[in-house]
Design a protein around this ligand. Sequence first.
Ligand code: ATP
Length: 932
Amino acid sequence: MAQTDPLQHSVIPALWIPVAVFTHVFAALWLLRAFQLMQPAEWAKIKKILRLRRKTPGSSTVPSSEASTWPVLATGPGVQPNVNVGSSCSSSLQEWGATSSSTDSNSSKYPPVTYPSSSSSTAGSEVGSIDGDAHAVAVLPAGDVHAAGAAKATVLHAGKQLYLPHQHSIQHHKQQQQQQQQPGLRLTWRSIGCVYKTAAGSKPVLHDVWGEAAAGEMQALLGPSGAGKSSLLDILAQRKATGAVAGSLLLDGQPVTRSAYSRRIAYVPQDDNFSPIMTSLEVLAFHAAMQLPGCSSKHAQACQLQDVAVCTGSPEAQQQQQQQQQQAASKRHSRVGELAVQEVLNTVGLSKHASTLVGGRLPGGLLLRGLSSGERRRLSIAVGVLASPSILFLDEPTSGLDSFAALSVMSHLQGLAHTSRNAVVAAIHQPRSAIWSLFDKVTLLASGLLIYHGPTSGMVPWLSGQLGYSYEPAAHGLASDWALDLVVVEFAKPGAFHARTMTTLAELQAAANTFKLQYVCDQLYNDERQQQQQQQQEAGATVQGSLPGGPFSRGGSVELGTGHLSQQMHHRHRQQNSHATQQQEQQLAELPEQQQQQQQHLGHEGSSSSSSSSSSSSPAYRTSWLQQYRALTWRECVKVTRNPADVAGRLLTFTWVALLVGLIYYDLPTDAGSIRQRLNLLFATLCFFVLMPFVNMSLYTEDKGSYLADRAAGLYAPSAYYAAKVTATVPFSTLTALCAGLVQYGMTGMRPGAGHIFGHCSIGVLTFLIAVQVLHLSATLTPSQDASFMLGIGWTTFNLVLSGFFIPYKEIRFAPLANLRFLSALHYAFEGMVQIELGGRRFACPAAGLDSQSAAFLTQLLPGAASLLSPSRLQQAVGTQQGCAVDSSAVAAYFGMSRRFGPTIGILLGYLGLMHAATFAALLLVARRERR
Ligand SMILES: Nc1ncnc2c1ncn2[C@@H]1O[C@H](COP(=O)(O)OP(=O)(O)OP(=O)(O)O)[C@@H](O)[C@H]1O
């Protein structure tokens, strides 16, 4: 038999007061962080004043332990990369060494970086010095590198430690990469075609495009807007996920395999997607952790020096390389290692901005000062070159830059190409003269047609000499400007200025055909000669001398092939050429969607024919899942801890709303008259939990954007991202919901007892987490924030209406609809809370008897509850008889709410799991759907 509640006052001060104080102190700390972040100059002044006071004899000093608890975010020009996080994030950050261990009074001055004693370089940026020895600040653990075991290097920055996994392998990896970059590395693309399916029908955007990029040269991809430059770059970088693509991509003559190829290239998109609240160094540190090789667990023991070649090579190669590495490592026991991250920053001239925030607009709309647009661009390039790619693709690297910044960026790139033997291919718009002169080669596209591909010096001779379009530097300006003007056919051109120029698509087509005929002939000629040579070699014949290249592969100016073989090829290709492009496009357009997807994969996965570039056992990502997970968790933690709106704002909003509700229902009566209020309060609590996540919709949308950008770059596995996201965000979400629940519970005085408090809060937190997940799912599935809101609001309304609060299910007018309640998370949550609050509980009748209002409510509320509302019982309740009690189980029974706590929690956990699974599936889906 349930006992009546003997309490006179229901409020539980010991519950809500400490929690409310905690949330405010916690939020105040984050607001202080916000101040440091937003007003670095003012914060520096305050720190200076505090320091002066500390130095003044007799003045009160701030204990160092206290000082160390204050997170230092913004000092000097930007923000230190080290952050101090609470809750679950701390362990991860500590592991990464990002936790601020002390706030040295000099830390804001950025102590000079430590250079290796062996370095002969001086500070400052050197064009193309990516592999130089300068500017190292990483300190390898003393002693045997192998003894490091944990495969981490300690990176000193601003006197703090920032750990990067496998840092000590960076330099080694770069050397290895360069060894792999044989002088003859050559990417060749042949007969590339691309057709998009649009509402208006098939839209061909690339027609039979040929070309090549070789180590040590910088190539411009030139063409008017819409010419197909980005589409071609996407195809070459194997990032194309839309449209039907045809053609072949060869690395050193062998078909590329996608996973191996992706390790040799880097793609710098037109728009970066850096988090505004991370510093340049942190952005690079994150990308270093994602790109620089770590072994899979399988190789972990074998590869103490963590190198991609070791990880992906054959077992024999791995063993051999490992031995070499061990020998090399033993020679440099106490050698100070290099930090690629800092070095790359130097290379792109950003070393002074290592601690500057990237800046930009935060998801909430706040504008954060940070890097200039030119510096951001250089940071993008730094990310691109971090893993020492053999081929670097850049989509308009100079867009948005002033002319000097553009020149500086392009000079860096040329340095990379010439000094580090990278192949650089950059789509570019109207380069100024100094920039144009940096390019070795150019691909000129117009309306998806290849007009010219070859040395920059050969472009004018081809267009004027072969095609007959006269170029007058005095009148037409730079050769690249003239060429761009020449191939634009969409607009009317002033005849007086251009003299003979292209004005129709037919003229473009003719120019493209002429070029292709010549170029393709040359390629086929080379192929045939190589084949002959191979056959001769196989037959034991010695081929004297080197192969003469075709006209376009000789460098310098363009010549026509004149040999007998060349003429034969020319003739053969002329016959094939006229119909080839048309046929290719028709075939692409006719391909069903599924086959289009297959067709577009120019890289042949699993092919074993390719030498160094292919390996069927290559893992899909450069780093292991665990390494990705740790780096992503760290980034998520940085995001959470650096966004004051998301931390202090959310916590305070939750607490204040809880305080408001607590005040409204403060100290609920303990008699039967409070049953109605308790029901209302439970429903209000649940409403609060399902509505609050809407404040974070912008975060979910922003998350999706950065996920899609990273996925397009093939940076990490979706599962690693999702696991990291959950690890970093769920603890904080739980904390906020828990604090709000406890404040409200304590103030209103719901059912006393630890078990009841635990049960109520568990259901509240789970409801909140479900609502958060549903909104995350909405933001992932829908193309815009407006649509996300609509979907989210739809779910919330459905849940509220079918919670059972407004109408008992048995009274729903259209009975089958009542079954929909099983889809409502609130149905289970409300039932669970009602059970905890009212199940098996007896309330004493009010001392003055049940007031008429409550009696009327009960009569109306429980028309079917005979045991409670028989006229005699009601009479008893309204009267003031001793021992009168109301069994509130009847209320739960009336609403049809009888599920016990355990099953309720199980169902809510299942609901949450389902939402997580759906969100993950949606992330996989959109990554396919929304890629270019
Ligand atoms: N996913 C797509 N679906 C349909 N059409 C597309 C798609 N992507 C690009 N296009 C179209 O393909 C053509 C070539 O686009 P692309 O972006 O490659 O040109 P671009 O030379 O890089 O142009 P810009 O210099 O303006 O960036 C354009 O007409 C463009 O509208």
